[in-house]
Ligand binder design. Structure first.
Ligand code: C5P
Length: 226
């Protein structure tokens, strides 16, 4: 029998809102494992591209899921984080490539695909303190999370941050992001939405450190002195 997550901080929001950067730093400060649930959808998208499976073919996508597994990566520089393995081997940075960005929200739109990935996303947080980032963490993956945060920023600021990360033309990045936002917020299963009990933080005028300072205060108020 599993013990369930000890303490989960759920951070949801659209891409470029700063979830991963803030989540990683918060995880380091509070001694938690970082689980970025987006990498599971990205990994399945890469595998589907390799196997020439359409992002719209729900049944065949689900059949690919058993080839994926989750592990915890330990490095000297940062806190432990969840990674996805394909047939036992880690994916490379190609999961963040623009052609994956262009397909991933279609892959993530299917109810059966989302259901098939849930256990993999939850496993790295089992029995640990975890910071879990994504689109539906506070609503679906960990609805019982002790702290729920919804990070947001204007489309201009989010596109600027993403362009800095991936390079390339700002207009193309904005278009790709707007398309992804619309699919993620418009789907019927687990759409991107702020959980009713989430605290919203607009990060336009905040540095990552300032965001994490606020998150740490919220965490301490909720957890360390409830
Ligand atoms: O967070 P990231 O941009 O890497 O996520 C990639 C895509 O994976 C999102 O645009 C979304 O379609 C999907 N996703 C999701 N639910 C999550 C995390 C990611 O649907 N919890």
């Amino acid at each position: 029998m599993t013990s369930g997550p000890l303490l989960v901080v759920a951070i949801d929001g659209p891409s470029g809102a700063g979830k991963t950067a803030a989540g990683a730093l918060l995880a380091q400060r509070i001694g938690a494992v970082l689980v970025d649930t987006g990498v599971f959808y990205r990994a399945l998208t890469v595998l589907a591209m390799q196997e020439r499976v359409s992002p719209d073919d729900e049944n065949r996508l689900v059949e690919l899921v058993p080839r994926l597994s989750a592990a915890i990566r330990l490095t000297a520089e940062s806190s432990p984080s969840a990674e996805v393995l394909l047939d036992g081997r880690p994916f490379g940075d190609d999961i963040f490539a623009p052609d994956v960005d262009a397909r991933v929200s279609r892959v993530a739109s299917h109810r059966a695909v989302r259901a098939a990935l849930l256990d993999l996303q939850r496993a790295p947080a089992e029995g640990r303190r975890a910071v879990v980032t994504g689109r539906d963490v506070g609503t679906v993956v960990f609805p019982g999370a002790v702290v729920k945060i919804y990070l947001d920023a204007s489309i201009e600021e989010r596109a600027r941050r993403r362009s800095r990360q991936v390079g390339g033309d700002g207009i193309a990045v904005t278009q790709s992001m707007t398309r992804r936002d619309a699919l993620d917020a418009g789907r019927t299963t687990a759409p991107l939405v702020q959980a009713r009990d989430a605290i919203r933080l607009d990060t336009d005028d905040l540095t990552v450190e300032q965001v994490v300072d606020r998150l740490e205060v919220i965490f301490q108020q909720r957890v360390e002195s409830p």
